[in-house]
Design a binder for this molecule. Structure first.
Ligand code: ADP
Ligand code: MG
Length: 143
């Protein structure tokens, strides 16, 4: 008998995560194997986003999150304007373009920030916007 070899991509063991006194994730154990398609179902506030963020950022309080060597995490946040007849791959491409626009805007603000004259003007709202762009970028894609 041939044995089916399945490559394990992500292994999560005994992961806990709390925000203050609120235990959002408790004793999470999960394996993600090559080829898996996994759906996570839970009511609002159940911890779906926290689970995905914790895994992709390895931000657990306790427990272990291990990635197989060489794997890359791509994390697409909620898509509100999904085209029903396009594939997820096509949607990823679309988000990829938005990602490029974000990077371009961040780069253009950075170019202004190195100019001392920038700080003589109304720079604070620009910096606030810049921080927001970076947060959006961080949420959109993690590799
Ligand atoms: N950064 C945070 N700080 C404090 N509490 C948080 C934070 N993120 C999420 N929570 C809390 O964790 C719980 C799970 O939230 P979340 O993961 O967003 O759920 P879901 O994605 O399933 O709707 C909620 O009670 C939420 O208020
Ligand atoms: Mg969520």
């Amino acid at each position: 008998m041939g044995r089916l070899m399945v490559r394990e991509l992500i292994n999560i063991e005994a992961v806990d995560r709390a925000f203050g006194a609120v235990d959002v994730l408790r004793d999470i154990n999960l394996k993600v194997n090559d080829g898996d398609r996994i759906g996570i179902v839970g009511h609002n506030g159940a911890g779906k986003t926290t689970l995905l963020n914790t895994i992709s950022e390895k931000k657990q309080d306790t427990g272990d999150i291990d990635f197989a060597p060489g794997i890359r995490i791509a994390y697409l946040t909620q898509i509100r304007d999904l085209e029903s007849d396009s594939t997820i791959e096509q949607e990823l491409g679309r988000k990829g373009r938005q990602f490029q626009e974000l990077e371009d805007e961040i780069a253009s603000i950075e170019a202004r920030m190195v100019d001392p004259a920038f700080y003589e003007g109304d720079w604070e709202p620009v910096m606030e916007h810049y921080t927001q762009l970076q947060q959006t970028l961080g949420r959109q894609w993690r590799w």
